[in-house]
Design a protein around this ligand. Structure first.
Ligand SMILES: [Zn+2]
Ligand SMILES: [Zn+2]
Ligand SMILES: [Zn+2]
Length: 128
């Protein structure tokens, strides 16, 4: 914010303070005009970015939204875990189905004969 902007803003504050109940409407329109003017000024100003605070969030990239085994959302964790993220990773099979690692491991361990994808019944192979 430039000193010019601050001046304009303080004008608006002064106008708002000075305005009684009866001419509130009037002063509101006036400050709106002043705001528009200051917006115009701002548009013509050159801005230098001195500081930048990045905010990052993560999402798993999966072709499905929910784990086909536990039916929990991929951005959450499997029922055995409490904290989603690296501690409860997702794994992909060569059939391109995706599950929580804990869920597919549990599933594969429960399979007696052949290890199959629980979604498409193809032989399960972890995708590299
Ligand atoms: Zn799961
Ligand atoms: Zn887990
Ligand atoms: Zn599959």
């Amino acid at each position: 914010m430039s000193s010019r902007d601050i001046l304009i803003l303080s004008d608006i504050v002064e106008a708002a303070r000075g305005a009684g109940a009866e001419d509130k409407e009037l002063s509101l329109t006036a400050s709106r005009q002043q705001l528009a003017r200051s917006a115009l000024l701002r548009r013509s100003m050159k801005v230098k970015i001195r500081q930048w605070n990045g905010v990052a969030s993560w999402l798993w990239v999966a072709n499905d939204e929910n784990c086909g085994i536990c039916r929990m959302h991929f951005n959450g964790c499997c029922p055995d875990c409490k904290v989603p993220g690296d501690d409860c990773p997702l794994v992909w099979g060569q059939c391109s189905h995706c599950f929580h690692m804990h869920c597919i491991l549990k599933w594969l361990n429960s399979q007696q004969v052949q290890q199959q994808c629980p979604m498409c019944r193809q032989e399960w192979k972890f995708k590299e």
